[in-house]
Design a protein around this ligand. Structure first.
Ligand SMILES: *Cc1c(COP(=O)(O)O)cnc(C)c1O
Length: 477
């Protein structure tokens, strides 16, 4: 036996120690600072490559004391920045089990492939896609969008994998000004070129203007370009806006365009019968990106690409290799070759945490929890409306609220800086984590709630502390 090949009792002992560390970490969350900034402790990580090893217990101690103590904070009930969800502790357990199995999930007739296949079907069902829709779990939304857009590119320019784009009229992709930057990255990486990404303006509720979109498509056709893909957003990062997906589906049907919906943040809300109508039309999309690591609350990482028509993913990604050749009679052959549904060959068992979560909570459990997040956002927006100190900058979309500190009669000048300073002060205090954004040119205190731990009193405390910080900053200046 060597130091890698631990005996089972030692595996058990270390696992128990790790379980204790995890439980203590969870127990300490509410009482501790939200953001575990490393700051001056960075020197702790500044060490040369270890020449010789040390006992596992020592390494575990260091991880407990110096790593787990400095989290980004998104497990904390008062973390409101970006769209970084809180993870279901059951997902932590699932990741432990999955990594113990260490399955390589590119294909084969082993449990992990069946689990991922089932998870994809369940997500398709949540989204309202046909039961034969195909998909793949990805590392996150950015990869899910890239994967879907690669499929769209292949569908709209079938020779492109062999010939590239040389000598052909440019493909054009359309998305709103509120679309996530990963769409831009994907258009770039897929060789479509960012100049062929048309950014369409939005209406007063931050939704894509379908009339402007139609005009842009007509203009491109007239100029001899090939309109190919419309990217609708199902829950924008900035404000939670949902594009009119039904109208986009009509337009795409009329114009023979691929409709992709970036639902990385929002689409899982379709699990709720109450919220589902907001996404009417999503079920008509050709492809959808959705993130289990957002509103299914699984630990990072897990995104998902779903494609309506079977075979399309393989059209874009199949690349036969002799060392992966499979004999149909072989015992190894499994239900799905995930390496033919995306760019990766070796893949981890991300599906287990999603599968265990869906089995544990069911549709209803997720619906109730997502509805709770949305209710918290509406509660906050209501309190902002009632307050003399704050101004709502956008109606809450899903679980995102944009507002700013603006005590009565404070002139516009200086408000942006004041609100940025309020954010910094709140983060510095360790009591909250939010990140500012800009909404229609105004700096916003943006609160995104993808967090089953957040309660009304957390939000009331936020408003109280934000006004206090605002008053202090005004009196200091
Ligand atoms: C979060 C998000 C992304 C990016 O997803 P990652 O998982 O962070 O890569 C893309 N689009 C939208 C709408 C998102 O909310």
């Amino acid at each position: 036996m060597n130091e890698f090949d631990l005996d089972p009792e030692e595996v058990r002992r270390l696992g128990h120690r790790a379980a204790d560390i995890v439980a203590d970490h969870c127990a300490g969350l509410r009482g501790g600072p939200v953001f575990g900034k490393v700051g001056t402790s960075a020197a702790l990580f500044d060490e040369p490559l270890p020449e010789v090893g040390r006992p596992a217990d020592d390494v575990l101690d260091v991880a407990r004391d110096h790593v787990l103590s400095h989290p980004f904070g998104n497990s904390h009930p008062r973390f409101f920045a970006f769209i970084n969800a809180t993870a279901d502790p059951l997902g932590t357990v699932a990741d432990y089990l999955a990594s113990a199995m260490n399955s390589n999930c590119w294909g084969g007739d082993h449990a992990a492939i069946h689990v991922e296949d089932r998870v994809i079907r369940w997500i398709a069902e949540i989204l309202g896609l046909p039961s034969d829709a195909e998909g793949i779990l990805t590392s996150g939304g950015s990869m899910a969008n890239l994967t879907a857009l690669a499929v769209a590119r292949q569908a709209k320019a079938p020779g492109v994998r062999e010939a590239g784009f040389s000598g052909t009229p440019p493909l054009v992709v359309y998305a709103s000004e509120e679309a996530h930057t990963c769409v831009d990255k994907a258009v770039d990486l897929l060789g479509i070129g960012r100049r062929q990404l048309r950014i369409i303006p939005t209406d007063e509720r931050f939704r894509i203007r379908v009339d402007e979109l139609a005009k842009a498509i007509a203009g491109d056709r007239q100029a001899g370009r090939r309109p190919a893909v419309v990217v609708g957003t199902g829950g924008s990062v900035n404000t939670g806006a949902i594009d009119p997906l039904g109208e986009l589906a009509d337009l795409c049907a009329r114009e023979e365009l691929w409709l992709h919906v970036d639902g990385a943040y929002g689409a899982m809300a379709c699990v709720s019968e109450k919220l589902r109508p907001l996404f009417a039309g999503l079920e008509r999309a050709d492809s959808v990106a959705a993130d289990p690591h957002k509103w299914l609350y699984v630990p990072y990482e897990a995104g998902a690409t779903l494609v309506r028509e079977p075979g399309r993913l393989a059209d874009a990604f199949r690349r036969p290799a002799p060392y992966l050749a499979h004999d149909p009679d072989s015992l190894v052959t499994g239900p799905v070759l995930f390496n033919e549904r995306g760019p990766e060959l070796s893949r981890g068992f991300k599906a287990l945490k999603v599968w265990m979560g869906l089995k544990r909570h069911g549709r209803k459990g997720y619906a109730a929890t997502i509805e709770h997040d949305v209710a918290m956002a509406r509660f906050l927006a209501e309190k902002v409306r009632e307050s003399e100190d704050f101004e709502l900058l956008a109606e809450p979309g899903l679980s995102i609220v944009n507002f700013r500190y603006r005590p009565s009669a404070h002139p516009e000048a200086g408000l942006d800086r004041l609100n940025r300073r309020i954010v910094n002060r709140l983060v510095e205090s360790g009591a909250f984590f939010l990140a500012p954004t800009v909404v229609r040119g105004r700096t916003s205190l943006r609160v995104a709630i993808v967090n089953f731990r957040t309660r009304e009193d957390d939000l009331l405390a936020l408003l109280e502390e934000a006004s206090r910080a605002g008053r202090e900053l005004l009196s200091e200046s």
